[in-house]
Design a protein around this ligand. Structure first.
Ligand code: CTP
Ligand code: MG
Length: 397
């Protein structure tokens, strides 16, 4: 039997309340973002992108339904979430029950903690292969420190042979029928089991240990969020994009620039509100992502964008950046014109741009220059703008 001809399901248990995280995070840990992307979104997409997986079933708490909906993940492999129980064991069992009555019952099931967002494809595949061969598979890390057994008095009892001990991770992976039966039987056992490999062991199944991955750690205590940010920042690269745009003046009484209105003896001509500043920043951001330009995303031929507020263009580019797990570091806009005078309005523009781009004002620069009365800006025929935008994005290749 090979991985390819097996129907493979994943249960992601996310119904916990994160007691050990305390009040450290604004949201429950599984909904807290790491570099803008929530933990659970990262965990789910790690499995959605695996070629070996056919269906992903999240198990959530009834208190978190709206937080889950906010993740807004849509994918043909993603099943609607079901509700968990008061213990992890009950949450897993609910997931197994749901899969047992699914249209296609799985052959193999991976059971994974939502709080482990950094699971690698290699681990997923090795777990599936070992579960096919042995019945059950457990990714685990060897113990590197000397291992002591300590009595309740706090005194060392004895030293254990560390080569015989491992730290259990997830996804713990099993032949479906066997683990479903084991879980069913375990509901009447005296013990509450903290992982599925212990239930398999209790039921007499074989569980093969495969090499775990130190990066696949579980976010449990506040310091784990710092570790996660750190792990990700090492996989981020910095990119700079540039933008340039020009709009001509026509008859009017104000210009829209950098998201604000400035009284003037003319207005800027364009399909949208002709905010040359926001257009330039938007193009610089698309440029940094190598994601086309403003005309491609918002064709001037479409009436929808007629007189549109240009904030929607910049918001769109920022949301594309967030979707790919990126971060906006800095925006620098230069407006080139003789009139209107830009200086008195710079702070307000910075404030508005920061608001649209969802960054702090300290990351936004707006400055202006003239062209010494030379050229079309010197003749007051229009306004030109140029921008540089710095971003951080996950390294893809
Ligand atoms: N979990 C679950 N249902 C429960 C308890 C835990 O689905 N009743 C899930 C958690 O959401 C988590 C995984 O099991 O993704 C591993 O559990 P753990 O790290 O212990 O998370 P919490 O139980 O939320 O945290 P704590 O033990 O600190 O309260
Ligand atoms: Mg717990």
């Amino acid at each position: 039997m090979t991985r390819q001809n097996q129907h493979v399901a994943v249960i992601i248990v996310a119904a916990g309340s994160g007691q050990r995280m305390g009040q450290h995070t604004a949201r429950p840990k599984q909904y807290q973002p790491i570099a803008s992307v929530p933990v659970l979104s990262r965990t789910i997409s790690a499995f959605l992108t695996s070629n070996s997986v056919d269906i992903v079933l999240p198990v959530i708490s009834s208190d978190h339904q709206s937080l889950f909906d906010e993740l807004a993940i849509e994918h043909p492999k993603l099943a609607s979430p079901i509700l968990g129980g008061s213990e992890r064991q009950a949450s897993v069992f609910n997931g197994l029950k749901a899969l047992s009555t699914a249209e296609q019952k799985p052959d193999i099931v991976l059971i994974h903690d939502a709080a482990r967002p950094f699971v690698a494809n290699k681990t997923i595949d090795e777990c599936i292969d070992a579960a096919i061969q042995f019945g059950g598979a457990l990714p685990a890390l060897p113990v590197t420190d000397t291992l002591k057994q300590v009595g309740s008095s706090g005194l060392v009892h004895r030293t254990l042979d560390r080569s015989l001990h491992f730290l259990a991770q997830t996804p713990q992976t099993f032949q479906f029928d066997a683990i479903f039966d084991a879980h069913q039987a375990a509901t009447t056992a005296a013990t509450v089991f903290t992982d599925d490999a212990s239930i398999a062991e209790w039921a007499g199944m074989n569980v093969k240990v495969i090499e775990g991955d130190p990066d696949n750690f579980k976010i449990t205590i506040p310091a784990d969020f710092q570790r996660a940010e750190m792990a990700l920042s090492q996989q981020m690269e910095t990119r700079v994009g540039s933008g340039f745009d020009v709009h001509a003046f026509e008859q009017g009484d104000h210009v829209t620039l950098g998201g604000i209105q400035i009284p003037h003896i003319a207005k800027l001509k364009g399909h949208s509100d002709a905010d040359v500043g926001l257009h330039t920043l938007t193009d610089a951001l698309y440029g940094a992502m190598a994601d086309g330009d403003i005309g491609q995303h918002f064709p001037p031929s479409e009436m929808e964008w007629h007189q549109a507020d240009s904030a929607i263009f910049l918001e769109h580019a920022v949301s594309r950046l967030k979707d790919r797990g990126g971060r906006l570091v800095h925006l620098d806009l230069t407006l080139i014109c003789e009139a209107p005078k830009i200086g008195p309005h710079c702070e307000k523009m910075r404030q508005r741009i920061a608001q649209i781009a969802e960054v702090s004002m300290s990351r936004v620069s707006v400055k202006a220059t003239t062209t010494e009365q030379l050229g079309f800006t010197g003749r007051k025929e229009g306004i030109a703008a140029q921008a540089a935008v710095t971003i951080e994005v996950p390294v893809k290749e």
